[in-house]
Design a protein around this ligand. Structure first.
Ligand SMILES: *[C@@H]1O[C@H](CO)[C@@H](O)[C@H](O)[C@H]1NC(C)=O
Ligand SMILES: *[C@@H]1O[C@H](CO)[C@@H](O)[C@H](O)[C@H]1NC(C)=O
Ligand SMILES: *[C@@H]1O[C@H](CO)[C@@H](O)[C@H](O)[C@H]1NC(C)=O
Ligand SMILES: *[C@@H]1O[C@H](CO)[C@@H](O)[C@H](O)[C@H]1NC(C)=O
Ligand SMILES: *[C@@H]1O[C@H](CO)[C@@H](O)[C@H](O)[C@H]1NC(C)=O
Length: 171
């Protein structure tokens, strides 16, 4: 107990010293020097599977009424989808995409997605990109906002979706 307290104090003190010179709860402002920017192109496939015994996308809520022309308006799904190098789900898995999609278009089949794409292979093992974007899935080619970049993807039709992503990340 005592030992851990001492250790905690050493940690607190060293943190305080790291922030010195201290002005209470903030440090002196310093010029921000950005690192040189790099561009990386990513190409992968997302498997959003709602059917079968092992769905990777499950509906967690839907409204019990809606006046919207499209009755699926308001449906919320949680996902943990596989990311693979090829369109076949048996191709090499390079990560997973976790998050939510919500049917947010009253009139047509359209989503807003809140998804973190995490990679588990190669140089980007442990890295992820966050997509927070409207996703008009009735269109074959779409552009989605990525934190730090922009992407495009395509989707096969049907209940389960295989979506091709071409992502340009500036980081
Ligand atoms: C929807 O749920 C609310 C609250 O439980 C209830 O009052 C209402 O009758 C329900 N509407 C329908 C169409 O089931
Ligand atoms: C996916 O790969 C499996 C085995 O690797 C193969 O049997 C299957 O036909 C492939 N599916 C498609 C749609 O290419
Ligand atoms: C409404 O959404 C469903 C998906 O749940 C879609 O299949 C259907 O085409 C949409 N209807 C219209 C009018 O866009
Ligand atoms: C990815 O990173 C994790 C955690 O650092 C590590 O355990 C795993 O072996 C790595 N996988 C590959 C394929 O490098
Ligand atoms: C996505 O990238 C692949 C491989 O680089 C390319 O073949 C494909 O045409 C690209 N798709 C789009 C929509 O740019």
């Amino acid at each position: 107990m005592e030992k851990s307290l001492i250790l905690a104090w050493i940690l607190v003190l060293s943190t305080a010293m790291a922030l010195a010179p201290c002005r209470g709860y903030y440090s002196d402002a310093e010029p921000y020097v950005p690192a040189p920017k790099k561009v990386t192109h990513l190409h992968f496939f997302l498997h959003d599977t709602m059917s079968g015994k092992n769905p990777t996308a499950v509906v967690v809520a839907r409204p019990n009424m809606t006046t919207a022309p499209n009755k699926s308006f308001g449906t919320v799904a949680a996902i943990d989808d596989l990311i693979t190098v090829g369109p076949n789900v048996t191709s090499k898995v390079i990560g997973n995409a976790q998050g939510l999609w919500v049917m947010t278009d009253r009139d047509v089949f359209g989503l807003t997605v809140y998804i973190d794409f995490g990679f588990t292979e190669g140089e980007f093992n442990g890295s992820s990109i966050s997509i927070f974007s409207r996703n008009p899935i009735a269109e074959t080619e779409r552009e989605l906002a990525v934190v730090g970049g922009r992407g495009k993807f395509r989707m096969a039709q049907g209940g389960d979706a295989i979506i091709e992503y071409n992502v340009t990340v500036i980081h």
